[in-house]
Design a protein around this ligand. Structure first.
Ligand code: NDP
Length: 241
């Protein structure tokens, strides 16, 4: 029986690359998404990976969604908390809604998704929780006080749960991507991207989603049991932590 992996936001961008890489590595994969049915259907058509729609910001929906995935595929061994959004604004213009939406998805979403799978992982004495944070959670970013706060919170969550899960065979790690060439980043004004962002990346290019996916496959492995509470920075040497 192959291990079961659930990837939130797993039908597009970095999440899609993660879902595919885990499938290629032999996992039985489920990809969650929030609302883009067209992208999800195309993803399933292309990969054969089933998609499940719910918002990670909704606790009850997460519990119900996870129960459905487990009924279809079996208990979740590997949870990849990848779903994330941006609602950028300089702080003096940031609304409470922009703050809250980002917190609900990018930080509380990790609680909502991990809480329902945690007891099963503890009982089975095996689990892998991999959280996709961000370079901006490590260094902060003007215009992203909400996003940077949530992503920094993801790192505290990772380190705390790593300590709680250690004796139960559960590892909890974070990956902090730098700028990766997904829709989220390509939505940035091209001039800003080419003149301000890429010149700050020592390797001179955006990262590829597959480069983050490879980190996930590494951390998910049964033999990666001593790597827990860690943060992998994958950012082209832009910033060292
Ligand atoms: P995309 O915008 O390309 O994809 C986001 C995915 O998350 C989509 O599948 C989307 O679903 C899903 N999603 C959004 N909100 C929710 C929700 N409430 N519940 C469930 N699923 C949701 O993002 P990226 O691939 O660029 O980013 C993936 C992760 O990596 C995010 O956490 C992001 O913060 C992080 N990251 C990205 C970087 C980058 O350079 N791209 C850099 C650093 C970190 P749907 O398709 O239905 O909209």
């Amino acid at each position: 029986m192959s291990r079961v992996a659930l990837v939130t936001g797993g039908s597009r961008g970095i999440g899609a690359a993660i879902s595919k890489a885990l499938k290629e590595a032999g996992y039985s994969v489920a990809a969650n998404y929030a609302g883009n049915d067209t992208a999800a259907a195309a993803f399933t058509e292309e990969t054969g990976i089933p998609t499940y729609k719910w918002s990670v910001a909704d606790y009850d929906a997460c519990a119900e969604g996870i129960a459905k995935v487990e009924a279809d595929l079996g208990p979740v061994d590997v949870l990849v908390n990848n779903a994330g959004i941006t609602r950028d604004a300089m702080f003096h213009k940031m609304t409470r809604e922009q703050w809250q939406e980002v917190m609900d998805t990018n930080l509380t979403g990790l609680f909502n998704m991990t809480h329902p799978v945690w007891p099963g992982m503890r009982n089975r004495k095996f689990g892998r929780v991999i959280n996709i944070s961000s370079i901006n959670g490590q260094k902060g970013q003007a215009g992203q006080a909400n996003y940077s706060s949530a992503k920094a919170g993801d790192l505290g969550f990772t380190k705390s749960l790593a300590q709680e899960g250690a004796r139960a065979g559960i590892t909890v790690n974070a990956i902090c991507p730098g700028y990766i060439g997904t829709e989220m980043v390509r939505a940035i004004d091209e001039k800003v991207l080419n003149e301000r962002i890429i010149p700050q990346i020592p390797v001179g290019r955006l990262g590829e989603p597959e480069e983050i996916a490879r980190c996930v496959v590494f951390l998910a492995d049964d033999n990666a049991g001593f790597i827990t509470g860690s943060t992998i920075s994958a950012n082209g040497a832009q910033f060292f932590v």
